[in-house]
Ligand binder design. Structure first.
Ligand code: ADP
Ligand code: MG
Length: 317
């Protein structure tokens, strides 16, 4: 049960990476940390974990200060009740699955308790029979489940995922996204899930924090960030966008070809191409100076057409 609060947190290396960042991360939910490569996602996660020390600012877990630059307070990572899961699994190749998980907890528990805890953790990730295998004898998805079991075995309040699923193929990712969601909810954990993939963020997260150049662009529910982005960067990051002018735009699913008479605002256009996307066609239309993408059920040949948009879905920023 941990809500995390950061106030005026900064970190520089050669230049500033995290700049005067203020952020609250709610307890017992999954918060996705998204942003382009190099925006500071991993650095922010490491600051929360205590693996990297901020240059300035304060960090609280619930009402407990765990870092305060002014007071020289810095709670060591091992005392922060958190676990991390990384993209590369970070399993010891010479240890069995059981040993890999036990390694994280054995100093705190008796032998019997440790064995029970490992078995419990493996059961949580549906790998009850895999304790005696070595990591090389497992698929990528199974190895990531072991990493997840190792995190759960420490019985943390908080789990931090850094691009944990980015190396897995799409189907496995989907399954693990569901499993992680279910486990976080079942154990009342707080989770921060770093990803550069907005689809993954939308699927897994209750809240999304969008970072750009070390600053929070928007911290919001997934739906609000998609439907009410604060600026053009947020709008574009969260999904494809058809620009109406400099400050208004509409998402492809809210643009329709006008068959006859339309209620909403109408825009003339020239169909350029229609590309098969599986469940729809991505129909590209020249609209004044902009190129619009439409989701259509059928392909269209080049022609002059009229489009209408759902006026309630127009984004302004
Ligand atoms: P992200 O995870 O969003 O891709 P990072 O937090 O890894 O971004 O990196 C943000 C910036 O900080 C990058 O420009 C990176 O080069 C720099 N950086 C991160 N860690 C270090 C470090 N240990 N030493 C020097 N520069 C670093
Ligand atoms: Mg990173």
């Amino acid at each position: 049960m941990v809500a995390i609060k950061l106030q005026h947190v900064s970190k520089s290396y050669q230049g500033p990476v995290i700049e005067d960042l203020n952020l609250t991360i709610p307890t017992q939910q999954i918060t996705a940390l998204v942003g382009p490569s190099g925006s500071g996602k991993s650095t922010l996660l490491n600051l929360i974990a205590g693996l990297t020390t901020p240059d300035s600012g304060q960090i609280w877990f619930d009402e407990q200060p765990i870092f305060d630059a002014d007071q020289s307070l810095n709670c060591p990572p091992a005392k922060r009740q958190l676990a991390m899961v990384f993209q590369d699994f970070a399993l010891w190749p010479h240890m069995t699955v059981h040993q890999n998980i036990a390694f994280a907890i054995e100093t705190h528990l008796s032998k019997a308790e440790c064995r029970k805890r490992v078995e419990w953790a493996l059961a949580q990730v549906s790998l009850a029979d895999y304790g005696q295998r070595y990591p090389r004898e497992l698929s990528g998805g199974q190895q990531q489940r072991v990493a997840l079991a190792r995190a759960l075995a420490t019985q943390p309040d908080l789990i931090l995922f850094d691009e944990a699923l980015s190396a897995l193929d799409p189907q496995l990712r989907l399954q693990l996204q569901q499993d992680i969601s279910a486990l976080v909810k079942a154990h009342h954990l707080t989770a921060i899930f770093v990803t550069h993939d907005r689809q993954e963020a939308l699927r897994i997260a209750d809240n999304i924090v969008l970072l750009h150049a070390g600053q929070v662009v928007q911290s919001d529910t997934a739906a609000n960030l998609y439907q009410h982005p604060r600026n053009q960067f947020a709008a574009r990051f969260m999904g494809p966008l058809n620009q109406i002018d400099d400050h208004t735009a509409v998402r492809p699913e809210h643009v329709h070809l006008v068959e006859q008479g339309a209620d909403g605002p109408c825009y003339p256009g020239q169909i350029l191409t229609s590309t098969f996307m599986g469940d729809h066609y991505d129909t590209l239309v020249q609209m004044a100076d902009y190129q619009w993408h439409l989701k259509t059920a059928l392909p269209y040949a080049p022609a002059t057409i009229t489009m209408t948009v759902d006026s309630s879905a127009i984004l302004t920023y």
